[in-house]
Design a protein around this ligand. Structure first.
Ligand code: NDP
Length: 469
């Protein structure tokens, strides 16, 4: 186990160009990240390609054992990793935030390490014997975002390593230190060269996508970048898993109990201060219980402290960066200008230090308003009134994205029927965003394609090979 300072030292470059990373809550310097070049990327890919055959040649059991040791290494450094994550990303240590994210990293790594993917026998009739085997791809590229930088990196790399691949990671320029620290800790247990983080800019990312020696890109980020990746991966016919975020709808049916669901609705929307791909971003509430739901949700929101992440009292933090703060401010202003009713928040302090946007609930907002139609990716939730379930489903399905959704009701069977009519990769009942390492997760429509987690997730980082005969 390293102290926090030793961990930071171990990822601070001794030479070469660097970028200063600031705490989004305080503006203080967190550390220096290397500004890697395309030459650094080439070196990482060469090392990965050299390390991968020996890793792939190990038995599944041997790889599982090493990955379980790597999960233990995360646990040993959990508090130091959580402090760095909190300082760089902004999310509080407490609540479903930094400690929770680091805990999820070792949990997901253990799950990927121990999930079994056997060859599938697809024909066995005495004449034909055919099996699908899942082989390593080779080198996988993992490109990640800044909202859950450690956890999403693990989601990408754990199944890839489990299946016998090497991985080169390209973190977001906003949160490179968290990913470098995670990779450093994992590498205490993994063979040299197998896993490397390259902290470059968009040029490094796009070169990675074009690179012939990389067989697959795991990407989580914006739809616009996802489209660029599809185009630039075309020449090498690269495999892609694209998790492109969404604008998740929640539908509250008229028989739901407002007080009983209020806390679940709150965290469904505001986990990580709303900076979550599969968070509740538009809430449709039946007119019969609209006022009660608004009231109950406002009471929960009022009780949730926001502030600097290292203060244990806080459960909500700042936006991670100025660009995201500006998006949230623009969209809330658009709703206010349209005459929508502010239940709480909507008034950031112009003189504050840090990118804090207050927890905001906006009622009586039109479904076409930009706050509803665009992904706000921050602590602002529009609440839309509806009269019939058909109307609510039509509004939920009206957008081009389809990552998650949720239905809230006292009658689970009725909720499941509504769920089957919603265009989203996952529809939760009486919860939102509850991901599970055993359960496949992925988007439809412009939220991307490919599944992560569980057996399906392992298949996504392998090449199928049929042996027939
Ligand atoms: P981006 O999609 O721009 O960035 C995600 C990652 O892709 C970063 O590592 C980025 O690197 C990299 N990247 C950028 N351009 C390319 C390229 N041409 N080829 C390969 N990789 C590239 O997301 P942003 O951080 O700009 O966030 C913008 C919006 O995306 C947010 O407002 C939010 O709506 C959404 N988002 C969704 C997330 C999700 O979980 N699905 C997470 C984060 C954001 P670099 O940092 O160097 O630019």
């Amino acid at each position: 186990m390293e102290t926090y300072d030793a961990l930071l030292d171990s990822i601070t470059p001794a030479s070469g160009p660097t970028r200063t990373i600031k705490d989004p809550a305080t503006g203080e310097t967190v550390g220096q990240a290397p500004a890697h070049s395309v030459a650094d990327l080439e070196a990482a890919i060469s090392a990965a390609a050299a390390a991968q055959p020996a890793w792939a040649a190990l038995s599944h059991e041997a790889r599982t054992e090493m990955l379980l040791k790597a999960a233990e290494a995360i646990d040993r450094s959990a508090e130091e990793l959580a402090i760095l994550l909190s300082r760089e990303q902004g999310k509080p240590l407490n609540g479903p935030n930094a400690r929770f994210e680091v805990g999820a990293c070792s949990a997901w790594l253990r799950a990927a390490a121990t999930t079994v993917l056997e060859p599938e026998t697809v024909a066995d009739d005495g004449e034909t014997f055919a099996q699908v085997h899942y082989r390593p791809i080779g080198v996988v590229g993992a490109i990640g975002p800044w909202n859950w930088p450690m956890m999403i990196t693990i989601w990408q790399i754990a199944p890839a390593l489990r299946m016998g691949n090497a991985v080169v990671v390209k973190p977001s320029e906003y949160t490179p230190l968290s990913v470098l620290a995670l990779v450093h800790v994992l590498n205490q247990e993994l063979p040299d060269g197998l896993l490397t983080a390259v902290c470059g800019d968009g040029e490094v990312g796009s070169r990675m996508v074009e690179h012939e020696a990389i067989g697959k890109i795991m990407f989580t980020g914006s739809t616009a970048t996802g489209k660029a990746i599809i185009k630039s991966s075309a020449d090498s016919i690269k495999r892609l898993t694209l998790e492109l975020g969404g604008n998740d709808a929640g539908i509250v049916l008229p028989d739901a109990d407002p007080k009983a669901i209020a806390e679940g609705l709150f965290w469904g929307a505001f986990i990580n201060t709303g900076q979550t791909c599969a968070a509740l971003k538009r809430l449709y509430v039946h007119e019969d219980i609209y006022d009660e739901v608004c009231e109950a949700l406002t009471a929960v929101a009022e009780a949730m402290p926001m502030g600097v992440g290292l203060d244990e009292a806080n459960v909500l933090g700042p936006l991670q960066n100025k660009a995201q703060f500006d998006i949230v401010a623009r969209l809330v202003d658009a709703a206010k200008e349209s005459g929508a009713r502010v239940l709480i928040g909507g008034n950031p302090d112009a003189d504050q230090v840090g990118y804090f946007y207050p927890t905001t609930l906006i009622a009586d907002v039109d479904n076409k308003n930009p706050l509803v139609a665009e992904e706000q990716f921050g602590p602002a939730l529009p609440i839309i009134r509806y009269s019939t379930v058909d109307e609510a489903i039509a509004m939920a399905n009206d957008l081009e994205v389809g990552l998650g959704a949720s239905v809230w009701s006292s009658d689970v069977d009725a909720a499941r029927k509504v769920a089957s009519r919603i265009e989203a990769g996952t529809v939760w009942i009486n919860k939102h965003g509850a991901v599970d390492p055993r359960v496949p997760f992925g988007g439809i429509k412009q939220s991307g394609y490919g599944l992560e987690f569980g057996v399906e997730g392992l298949k996504g980082v392998a090449v199928p090979q049929v042996i027939n005969g």
